[in-house]
Design a protein around this ligand. Structure first.
Ligand code: FES
Length: 106
């Protein structure tokens, strides 16, 4: 079953192993798809502390770590859990259907 707009298919369900990430571009938004222990999340690609890609970090316990200064962000809420970042990153609704991962980028 396909989902209607604004949902966009961004990957196959089997594409990402646990703890892997994929950069995705939806319209003018640069986002990250992350597999944390089998659950999928989509967040902004760039860290809220400085303009640095979280793709260069890693996934741990449903959090993503920025490799530049070591901030962690909760993948469910986008809130920083470790300083120096104090602003959240944006999170986006995700659904898995028909073997594909969908995001609502609005
Ligand atoms: S750029 Fe991410 S913590 Fe500083």
């Amino acid at each position: 079953m396909s989902l209607d707009a604004p949902w966009v298919a961004v990957a196959a369900e089997h594409e990402l192993a646990v703890a892997q990430m994929k950069k995705i571009q939806v319209g003018d938004k640069r986002l990250l798809l992350a597999n944390a222990e089998g659950r999928f999340y989509v967040v902004d690609e760039m860290c809220s502390h400085e303009d640095y890609s979280l793709y260069l970090g890693c996934i741990k316990d449903h959090r993503i770590k920025c490799s530049l200064h070591g901030s962690f962000f909760d993948l469910k809420t986008g809130e920083p859990t470790v300083e120096p970042a104090c602003e959240p990153i944006r999170t986006y609704p995700v659904r898995v259907t028909d073997g594909r991962i969908w995001v609502d980028p609005t």
